[in-house]
Design a protein around this ligand. Structure first.
Ligand SMILES: [Zn+2]
Length: 85
C-alpha cells in the first residue's frame, strides 16, 4: 500500500488484517488499544477511511443479530466515529 507507515507499533496493512478480529472482539485489549491508537494517529488511515468504511460496512450487515454481535456493532460504530471525525 503506497504511503503505508507504522504508527503505534502497527502498519496500516496490519490494522486492516486485524479489523475483522477487532470487530469480533477476539483481540487482546492491548492489541485493540494499539489498533485504536493507530487509527487515531494515522492520517493515512483517516484519508482512506472510505475504504475502511466499505470493508466494515459489509461486516455491519453480517453482524446484526445476537448480543455479542451487537457489541461488535457498537465497537464498529465507535471506530467509524473516530475515522469520520
Ligand atoms: Zn494507518
Amino acid at each position: 500500500m503506497r504511503g503505508e507507515r507504522e504508527v503505534a507499533g502497527l502498519r496500516c496493512g496490519q490494522v486492516l488484517e486485524q479489523l475483522s478480529e477487532y470487530l469480533e472482539g477476539e483481540l487482546a485489549p492491548e492489541v485493540r488499544g494499539r489498533i485504536e491508537a493507530h487509527v487515531r494517529a494515522c492520517d493515512h488511515c483517516a484519508r482512506f477511511g472510505g475504504v475502511f468504511s466499505a470493508a466494515v460496512g459489509a461486516l455491519r450487515v453480517v453482524l446484526r443479530g445476537s448480543g455479542e454481535q451487537a457489541d461488535a456493532h457498537a465497537r464498529l460504530d465507535d471506530l467509524l466515529g473516530r475515522l469520520e471525525r
